[in-house]
Each structure stands twice: as structure tokens, then as C-alpha cells.
Design a protein around this ligand. Structure first.
Ligand code: BGP
Length: 454
């Protein structure tokens, strides 16, 4: 399937409407000069126009997330008006013969649940997540068969505002809390897999992971071991729980050495083992190069996504051979192939590329956006995916990030990813008009040719 992705809080806007509640994203302070999420791309008011553009480009599928607080403003009570928005969206997609892929939870979390019990730190969070999922399965399960349980759990855990953790929390205390939350999140994902199959016949459900796939900086065995450790400690630790219901020895030792391991229960581990996902979603943007770290004391990683060094284990290294994006992210298309092959070898589950794209400052010229840099990036990655398919790896689809420009997770409106340009910037909403970029016409042709010439 040729698709595209978005997420609710980044694209919808309309935060004060139809009895929507307050989310974590409404509450934390923004970087100076960067927009909040209150208007975003105004998709809430322009949904039909946006779906018409999806039909025009020729999408087979569209991955979107629901806003938890639109549907359950306080995280518990149902808001019919919110449910109706997604009814209309799903019906519009179905009418346009676009398969909906629904992400249940993509970073946006009810502030009321954070205030009430600290969100994922409490076991009660599992029941509230399942109540949301039950509502979605019952309401949309006749029209939606593809479900994503949790988006980028690893990046949820490492960014304090996404978890509702205090900004000053760090070090061992941060990680102890993150480990407890991770355990609850994994349990929630396993239970939601089970519930999905009980309520939605013929459904597929899986997480969207973000494997960075570290590459060793040299052929030295210690650098290879550092890359292995990076992949286990930073990426695979969640998928091992999702797909196999276990902590790998290296990871468990890391936790126990610091006394930050959660109290596991055998009945929970059985639930994990008995309810694996049906596919693995991969969000892939960049990869990382690491070497061994000889520093003495092995510390605790604490918070933050791109940790530069875990002393005694690994240290990230600049790789001068790789081009970087305008935002400094190394571009390594082969990394997506490595991720697909590696995860398939480990879990033998089909892969759905749930995100992949290039963030850039686009510069319109007389209404045209010549984003050749994005086309080059996407073509190179799609080529690697095609090679995987030719080798026999089961890749269900490719959903580049993002269908339309939206507010970046941390960088506001300056960092754009879409095939469709949205005429606004951080400080001026302008007319929020939609303009097709060169990449729109490129992707339209790729889809029409079914990727034959990539
Ligand atoms: C992923 C998220 C998306 C999106 C994307 C781009 O981690 O799932 O929500 O934001 O990354 O990241 P950014 O907006 O920080 O460039």
C-alpha cells in the first residue's frame, strides 16, 4: 500500500471546539518563537478538502491518530461530538477508497489523567487506555481493520512532557519512573491486541516503533558490540516485550545494576507472551553511528532521545560520509533496509512503514514549492524498501510522514514534511491554504506506476 501519515494534535487544530478536553500538549510551555498546537494545519475544519487531496495523489491508505481528549475530554467520559468527527473522516476515506489506518495513541494524553494519577505511572492508566480502545473498536471496527496501538513508545518515555513528568526530573529517578511506565505501556499494548481481535473480526494491530539501527563506527569488534548494546538498550527493549514477552538479558542486567527494574508479575508476562502484535510498524528518519566508550563508570541514561554517551557502553560519533538534513539528521537510506531485515529476522512479523520523511524549511516561489531534496530522500528510501520486497520480505506498506505540512513535534511550523504545503508560519496564520509541492506530483506518479521505476 502506498500511504501517508499524520497525527491528531499536529494536524487538527480546533482545540477549543466541540467540548474537546485538555491534553498534555495544551499544557507544557513552547520554545520561544514556536507555535502552539491550537490551530495547527486546521484539518479539523478542512478535513474534506484534505481527503480530496489524498484521493488526488492516489493514496491506498492514510494513517491518522484520534485525539483522546476530543473523544474522552477527561480521559473517561465519552464525547459524542468528538466521535462524530472521526466518523466523518473514516467515511470520507472509505468513499475515496482509501484504507484508514488508525493510531489509538500518538503522544497526546488527557491532562485530567495526569492530574488524577500520574498517567502511565499508575496501573489504572491501562484500564483507561483500554476503555478508549474499546470505544474505538466498537464504533469504527466495521470500517477500520488496520490499527496502530502506541506510537513511538521509546520517544514517549524519553521526553518528559510527553509523559507528564516534571521538567527537572533526570538521572536514576527519571529512569525508574520511565521503566515503570514502560511496563504498563507494554501490558496495555498486549491487552489491546487481545481486545482488538475480540471486537474487530479480521483486524491487524501492531505498534509503531522507532528503530534507529546503530551502525558500528569501525570494524573493531568492540564497536560492533557497542552498536549491539545501543540497539538493545535504546530500541529493541520495547519490541522484545511486545513480540516475545521478555526482557533481553543485557537490558535486564542494565536495569538491575541500577535498581530500576519494575516489579514484574508472572501473570503479566504471560499476557505479553500470549498477545503479540500482527505486524511491526517502523518510523524511520535517520540512523546513528556508535563506537565503544571506555569511560569508567556506567551511569544511568536518564531522559532525552539522542544520548551522546552511555559511559562504558557506547558513544555516538559523527559520520562525515553521510549527508545531513537541514535539521542535522544524518540521511542513511540503507538504514530502513537494515531495520526491516533485522526486525523481520527477529520476529517474523510483517512490516508496515508507518513514518518516513524529511523535515525541511520549504521556500515557496510564486505558489510553487520545489522540494527536490524531499523527493531525493523519499525516492532513496523507497528504493531500499523495494529491494526488501524483491528479496521476499513482507512489507505491507509505506506511509511517509507527513501527508500535509503540520506542526513538528518539537520544532513548530518551520520544519515541514508534507506533500502539501500549508500557508502559515509560526507567527502568522495567513490563509492556511493548501498548495501542492513538487513532491506531491512526484508521489502521484510513483503511485500511478505502482513504484515500478523506483
Ligand atoms: C516522530 C513522531 C511524529 C513526528 C516525527 C517528526 O517521532 O511520531 O509525530 O513528529 O517524528 O519529528 P519532528 O517533528 O520532531 O521532526
Amino acid at each position: 500500500m502506498f500511504g501517508a501519515s499524520t497525527s491528531s494534535f499536529q494536524v487538527e487544530g480546533g482545540t477549543g471546539e466541540d467540548d474537546r478536553g485538555i491534553s498534555n500538549y495544551d499544557c507544557f510551555p513552547k520554545k520561544p518563537g514556536i507555535t502552539d498546537f491550537s490551530v495547527a494545519s486546521d484539518h479539523y475544519h478542512r478535513m474534506e478538502e484534505d481527503v480530496a487531496l489524498m484521493a488526488e495523489i492516489g493514496l491506498d491508505c492514510y494513517r491518522f491518530s484520534v485525539s483522546w481528549v476530543r473523544i474522552m475530554p477527561d480521559g473517561k467520559t465519552v464525547n459524542e461530538k468528538g466521535l462524530r468527527f472521526y466518523d466523518r473522516l473514516i467515511d470520507a476515506l472509505t468513499a475515496a477508497r482509501i484504507t484508514p489506518i488508525l493510531t489509538i495513541y500518538h503522544f497526546e494524553y488527557p491532562q485530567a489523567l495526569l492530574n488524577r494519577y500520574g498517567g502511565w505511572l499508575s496501573r489504572e492508566s491501562i484500564d483507561d487506555y483500554l476503555a478508549l480502545a474499546r470505544l474505538l473498536f466498537i464504533r469504527y471496527g466495521n470500517r477500520v481493520k488496520h490499527w496502530v496501538s502506541i506510537n513511538e513508545q521509546d520517544h514517549l518515555l524519553k521526553i518528559p512532557e510527553r509523559m507528564g513528568f516534571p521538567a527537572e526530573l533526570n538521572g536514576v529517578e527519571y529512569e525508574r519512573k520511565a521503566q515503570l511506565a514502560n511496563y504498563h505501556l507494554c501490558l496495555a499494548a498486549a491487552l489491546v491486541n487481545r481486545l482488538c481481535h475480540e471486537l474487530v473480526p479480521g483486524a491487524f494491530i501492531g505498534p509503531a516503533a522507532n528503530p534507529l539501527q546503530a551502525i558500528p563506527a569501525s570494524s573493531k569488534p568492540e564497536d560492533y558490540l557497542a552498536a549491539m548494546a545501543y540497539n538493545e538498550l535504546e530500541c529493541n527493549y520495547i519490541l522484545e516485550l511486545n513480540c516475545r514477552g521478555r526482557y533481553v538479558p543485557l537490558y535486564w542486567k542494565y536495569l538491575c545494576d541500577r535498581g530500576i527494574q519494575p516489579d514484574t508479575r508472572e501473570e503479566d508476562m504471560k499476557i505479553l507472551r500470549d498477545n503479540p502484535p500482527n505486524f511491526i510498524g517502523i518510523n524511520y528518519y535517520t540512523s546513528i553511528t556508535v563506537e565503544a566508550s571506555e569511560a569508567g563508570k556506567i551511569q544511568c541514561r536518564g531522559r532525552g532521545i539522542m544520548l551522546q554517551e552511555l559511559p562504558g557502553v557506547y558513544r555516538t560519533r559523527e559520520n562525515k560520509k553521510l549527508p545531513v538534513s537541514e535539521w542535522g539528521w544524518p540521511i542513511r537510506p540503507e538504514g530502513i533496509k537494515i531495520a526491516i531485515m533485522e526486525l523481520y529476522h527477529r520476529y517474523q512479523l510483517p512490516i508496515l512503514v508507518t513514518e518516513n520523511g524529511l523535515g525541511n524549511r520549504d521556500r515557496p516561489e510564486n505558489g510553487a514549492i520545489h522540494d527536490d531534496y524531499r523527493i531525493d530522500y523519499l525516492r532513496a528510501h523507497l528504493h531500499e524498501i523495494k529491494e526488501c520486497i524483491d528479496l521476499g520480505y513482507p512489507v505491507l506498506g509505506w506511509c511517509p510522514w507527513s501527508f500535509i505540512d503540520l506542526v513538528s513535534g518539537r520544532e513548530g511550523m518551520g520544519k515541514r514534511y508534507g506533500f502539501v504545503y500549508v500557508n502559515r508560519d509560526n507567527n502568522d496564520l495567513k490563509d492556511l491554504g493548501r498548495y501542492k509541492k513538487d513532491s506531491f506530483y512526484w508521489y502521484q506518479r510513483v503511485i500511478a506506476e505502482r513504484g515500478r521505476y523506483i
